[in-house]
Design a protein. Structure first.
Length: 372
């Protein structure tokens, strides 16, 4: 049974994240897009809350929120702006992986991430086309006392500056998911800038070509790391990104609803017309369904880290991203011609949802039309 009742930690963290999103993140969205970076003052204030740097106290952090609290953080920051939210959260993903699975030496690097607001880290995960972790083409092969990493990653945040860059791939000998921790400037890492992307410019996305040979000590968790536990955490990262998109979808529907209530046509608010109100109502129902599914699948992954959750995670992520694209499109259409101009933020949310969807949406796993 799905327990949708949040505990005290989740309620408090969600409220804090929403207040930051409304008061700080949302007003800075356009500046972040135009500058292709989160404004320094915004990054510092978000960083100081501790919400987006989940590091244990022993390494200088404020602690690691629970899995459902992290979902709440992602959704509520996404409600403010998906670009700034993704930049902060994707930076945090490296700390989550290293903190959960790193060796003692690797975890010692968390102190810098927890105390230096100028630090940027990232996880190189996506390869496009909705590939789950077990389907990744990037190989992480152990060859004696060395590890060779070969492949290409797309949608890598802070691709040119991330330190460390945690690369997720598969062991060609066993098919198990592995990850390697690469410091900035590692030989064999070639960054391809991605200027003029559809959205999420604040995350400084790029592609990364990898032909790297490093000592086996660079393996996340070392050569004896638990691949099942690593896979479970990687799946949770995908669910967090989907939760960000759900927050953006909710914001778009709320904004469109407010606009429709005040926009008068033929003597009455356009919200009174079924052709306007019904799509928004349906979008709200789908958003609730997507949120519930993300919670359910997250609980399943946490309860049984060694289980096979690939299909369930893929379906939850694909549905949430499809819902976000449809909901933000409905927002644009509600505003009519005004929806396509930058006087209103709905067009930014639509572009952002589409970009997130392009990274990790697999229509073959869960066609959106099949869920209507």
């Amino acid at each position: 049974m799905i327990d949708l009742e949040p505990d005290e930690e989740q309620v408090e963290i969600a409220a804090l994240a929403r207040s930051i999103a409304d008061e700080l993140v949302a007003p800075s969205a356009r500046d972040a897009e135009y500058a292709a970076a989160v404004p320094d003052d915004v990054w510092l204030k978000v960083f100081e809350t501790g919400l987006v740097m989940p590091v244990a106290e022993e390494h200088g952090g404020g602690g690691v929120p629970g899995p459902l609290a992290l979902l709440a953080i992602a959704e509520n920051l996404g409600h403010g702006d998906p670009g700034i939210a993704s930049a902060a959260l994707w930076h945090a993903h490296a700390a989550l992986l290293v903190g959960a699975h790193g060796t003692a030496e690797q975890r010692s690097a968390l102190t810098r991430l927890a105390t230096d607001p100028g630090a940027r880290s990232a996880v190189a995960l996506y390869e496009g086309f909705g590939r789950g972790p077990a389907e990744l083409a990037t190989s992480v092969a152990v060859e004696g006392d060395q590890v060779r990493v070969r492949g290409r990653k797309v949608g890598v945040p802070f691709a040119a500056s991330a330190d460390p860059l945690v690369v997720v791939g598969t062991d060609p000998a066993t098919g198990a998911v592995r990850a390697v921790v690469l410091p900035h400037g590692t030989a064999g890492v070639t960054v391809v800038a991605n200027p003029g992307s559809l959205a999420l410019d604040a995350t400084q996305l790029g592609a990364v070509d990898l032909d790297v040979t490093v000592p086996v000590s660079a393996l996340l968790g070392g050569p004896d790391a638990d691949p099942a536990g690593l896979l479970a955490t990687v799946q949770r990262l995908r669910l967090l990104t989907a939760s960000t998109a759900v927050g953006t979808a909710l914001r778009a529907v709320e904004y469109a609803g407010q606009y429709a209530t005040g926009r008068i046509a033929f003597g009455r608010p356009i919200a009174s017309y079924q052709g306007v109100s019904f799509p928004l109502a349906e979008a709200m129902m789908r958003i609730e369904a997507a949120r519930a599914e993300l919670v359910d699948v997250t609980n399943a992954v946490v309860a049984d880290p060694g289980g096979d959750h690939g299909t369930a995670v893929g379906q939850a992520v694909s549905y949430a991203l499809a819902v976000a694209v449809q909901a933000t499109r409905d927002g644009v259409q509600t505003l009519g011609g005004h929806g396509f101009i930058k006087d209103h933020p709905v067009e930014l949310w639509y572009r952002s949802a589409a970009t997130l969807s392009a990274l990790d949406f697999d229509p073959l796993r869960d066609p959106f039309q099949a869920r209507l």
